[in-house]
Design a protein. Structure first.
Length: 168
């Protein structure tokens, strides 16, 4: 019984120390507030907006590799080289402004549609607006996929394996 208790305490201590020692490659703690501000006013029917992620066609099933490689609490475990970090930061610098701009445009289209529907528009009259929103979300998702491809090409197979473990 004592051995089991000691083993449990040791396991907990190792787990806690591992979590406390894990640090992201790049601290991004202030970004969430900036994103909320950038997203602007929420829609009346939007409770928990995650900007800009909510405006991708595929918003949950595709990984956000820039964030995972640079900002995940365990990203230091990837042992990225300085060159890899610089390359991923360049991808981030080139991609984020496009993503934000597109997401804001999609949000504006969605809010306008919501307002029209609530005020009595006929669904049939709004099909064109829905098609435009879908087209914009598809384009944003394609940009996301190109970003995934670019980051993935920078990582070694072992680093990709470690990233996949974050999802589990």
């Amino acid at each position: 019984m004592k051995t089991m208790t000691k083993l449990l305490i040791l396991s907990l201590a190792v787990g806690v120390s591992t979590v406390l020692m894990a640090k992201p490659n790049i601290d991004n703690s202030g970004m969430k507030g900036k994103m909320v501000k950038m997203a602007g006013e929420k829609g009346v029917f939007v409770v928990n907006e995650v900007f800009p992620k909510d405006y991708f066609l595929i918003s949950k099933s595709l990984p956000f590799l820039v964030s995972l490689t640079l900002h995940h609490p365990k990203s230091s475990e990837l042992n990225l080289s300085k060159k890899q970090i610089e390359m991923i930061l360049e991808i981030k610098t080139n991609t984020i402004p496009i993503t934000r701009k597109s997401a804001k445009k999609i949000k504006k289209l969605e809010l306008a549609l919501s307002k029209r529907m609530f005020n009595g528009a006929k669904a049939k009259d709004e099909y064109k607006a829905v098609d435009e929103i879908a087209k914009q979300k598809a384009e944003l998702t394609k940009q996301h996929m190109r970003c995934i491809e670019q980051v993935r090409a920078i990582l070694s197979p072992k680093q990709r394996e470690i990233l996949l473990s974050y999802a589990k």
